[in-house]
Ligand binder design. Structure first.
Ligand code: C2E
Ligand code: MG
Ligand code: MG
Ligand code: MG
Length: 282
């Protein structure tokens, strides 16, 4: 009986693994044709300057709308794209599309400070990445500071010297740089000091419980002071409640981003958001 149960259990896990493997294979095959079939879209999430009450910037977040599976989360397909090498062409598409949107949006909304684009570590490491950025800047003829690249904290550590060098080249071009998901990786004050970044994006795990946990609130307070002290701005991610927003504003956070203001929305949605809330302030 026990043996039988044991065997069933093994079979269960094998089935689960098989599903998982097959799913990955199918996703990977789908990624292969997603670009040519126009299945990607950039959504945008507003970033607000709370104390001054306006939208300063927006982060572009990729969406994959598969004809059969519907929306596939980037948390699911970006890692696959990275391991299969597909991220190069997807990343190039994000840059092209993001730069184009930055140009259009700046014309419509002159207060726009920048558009943030997520850049994968794999993409960053590519030989011709900086050249690719130069070409896109020239093609769209935009102020380089209108673009910000978000680099995830966890990827910085294992190749610190190489990353510093790459980021410095981008910085020289005038591109703005943000350290994404700050606080979740092996946060080291050493690299925070050495990376040529403009701001940190405080991870939402800090923000979401700070209104219930005084320890977290104290940490957020001191992280903001420390960042400001070394000349970095702080963007708070994942702001969902008015209380969180008010606490962050009192702590003089530079920008907030989260469902409290808006979920990531498509291009039309972003224009509507701006026109409804900020149209008359210009
Ligand atoms: P991220 O760059 O840290 O983006 C923030 C994620 O938090 C987004 O998930 C966003 O929709 C979500 N979010 C924003 N506000 C809130 C909130 O108030 N509450 C909660 N619960 N979530 C919130 P999303 O769009 O699913 O993206 C997941 C991750 O996928 C991103 O994390 C980023 O690492 C990656 N990603 C997205 N777009 C791209 C891209 O174009 N290129 C690359 N390389 N990675 C991307
Ligand atoms: Mg990001
Ligand atoms: Mg983040
Ligand atoms: Mg993230």
């Amino acid at each position: 009986e026990a043996k039988k149960q044991g065997r069933n259990r093994i079979e269960f896990f094998q089935d689960e693994m098989k599903d998982c493997f097959e799913k990955k294979m199918r996703l990977e095959a789908g990624l292969h044709t997603a670009l040519e079939n126009n299945e990607f879209e950039l959504f945008y999430q507003p970033q607000l300057n709370v104390s001054l009450g306006y939208m300063a910037s927006a982060e572009a977040l990729i969406r994959w709308n598969h004809p059969e599976w519907g929306m596939v989360s980037p948390a699911e397909f970006i890692p696959l794209a990275e391991s299969s090498g597909r991220i190069s062409s997807i990343g190039a598409w994000v840059i092209d599309e993001g730069f184009k949107m930055a140009k259009e949006l700046k014309q419509h909304y002159p207060k726009l400070q920048r558009i943030g684009l997520n850049v994968s570590s794999v993409q960053l490491r590519e030989q011709n990445f900086v050249e690719q950025v130069k070409v896109a800047l020239a093609e769209y003829n935009i102020e380089p500071s209108l673009i910000e690249f978000e680099i995830t904290e966890s990827v910085v550590i294992d190749r610190l010297e190489e990353t510093i060098e790459k980021l410095s080249e981008l910085k020289k071009l005038g591109i703005a740089l943000a350290l994404d998901d700050f606080g979740t990786g092996y946060s080291s004050l050493n690299y925070l000091r050495r990376l040529p970044i403009d701001r940190v994006k405080l991870d939402r795990s800090f923000i979401q419980e700070m209104d219930e946990d005084p320890k977290l609130a104290t940490m957020v307070h001191h992280i903001i002071e420390m960042a400001h002290g070394i000349g970095l701005e702080v963007v708070a991610e994942g702001v969902e409640t008015e209380k969180q927003m008010q606490m962050l504003n009192a702590l003089q956070v530079d920008k907030v981003q989260g469902y409290f203001y808006s979920r990531p929305i498509d291009q039309k949605g972003l224009y509507a958001f701006i026109d409804a809330k900020y149209g008359e302030i210009q």
